[in-house]
Design a protein around this ligand. Sequence first.
Ligand SMILES: NC(=O)c1ccc[n+]([C@@H]2O[C@H](COP(=O)([O-])OP(=O)(O)OC[C@H]3O[C@@H](n4cnc5c(N)ncnc54)[C@H](OP(=O)(O)O)[C@@H]3O)[C@@H](O)[C@H]2O)c1
Length: 336
Amino acid sequence: MSMADAGTGGIHDADAAPAGIDDREQARMTDTEIPRPGGTWTLAGTPVARIGFGVMQLAELNGRPAIPAADAIAIIRRALELGITHFDTAGFYGDGEANGRLRAALAPSADRDDIVLATKIGAVDGQPSARLVPAQKPAELRAQVESNLAELGVDRLGVVNLRRADNPPGIIATGDQIVDLDDQLAELIALRDEGKLAGIGLSNVRLDQLQQALPAGIVAVQNYYNLLNREHEDLLELCQREGIAWVPYFPLGSAFDGIAKVADHQEVQDAAAALGATPAQIALAWLLQHSGNILLITGTSNLDHLVENTAAGSIHLDEATMARLDRLTPEVSSRG
Ligand SMILES: NC(=O)c1ccc[n+]([C@@H]2O[C@H](COP(=O)([O-])OP(=O)(O)OC[C@H]3O[C@@H](n4cnc5c(N)ncnc54)[C@H](OP(=O)(O)O)[C@@H]3O)[C@@H](O)[C@H]2O)c1
């Protein structure tokens, strides 16, 4: 594979490859023989499985130590075996730790052109405080694209999500970190023209910001959204109309305190019991069925949970179950 030709996050295998020829053979096999869980969606020009994987849980997070590197690599490789081809990361997950682990895990798959690496820019890890610091200026965005390329060992990033810092939850920009969206998009378009990224995405944006950014050719939007939090239904609908992937973060409600856990809701547990599924699977199956442009990037540090979450792609929720789950949260729409 020529990574420059692939139009996606192709992977270098020059170094840090912890596995040998046998792994490469297996990587080639999985490329052609494994069905894509949840079906496929073409993301920045590459068909990916709608069930992807978010690597945030595989790195140090807000002072919580990371799981051992070998375990993280095993989880990413198992995801590949299960047919997952879309990985969501950020340079600020453990100050490069998540990217390094992803690179090491994917090294034996270097010649695959069906893997999309999506990353985020707009903040940096504020070591040693372990808090994110906004880095929103165009020159800072460019530097983050370069550092993600280096950490991941690729010629081109699949999707680069501009993580805005003016809408909660999370970091809010102040002072000279309040940057005009058009100026940021101009830098991202230049980086795309230079071949450093295949697709531009947005994260933590409002409806008006997404509308403003559409002429740039947005391929994905990543906001906080799940069965219990449908505040951004209007953005999802716009994405659906425009053929843009909606890639919700916190699909299960995250590992953070103070954020509702979808699997804890009684209705979700009842639906799971009725179907012989797990509550997490119901939460994910609802997302997949709710809208065809939803891609999952559920995070886990647990191999069993990974297998369980991937199997959610085979669960069908009947109309009555969907209707019951839909009633848990009213749709919030700009039309309302
Ligand atoms: N754009 C942004 O601003 C932004 C912000 C946050 C996150 N993200 C991305 O979104 C991805 C997903 O978000 P997230 O990881 O914070 O939240 P999440 O996927 O909603 O939830 C992760 C939590 O759910 C648990 N879990 C996963 N599968 C489970 C299962 N089958 N049964 C029970 N518990 C399960 C995990 O614990 P175990 O480890 O024990 O399984 C972890 O505590 C991240 O990895 C990251 O790539 C983006």
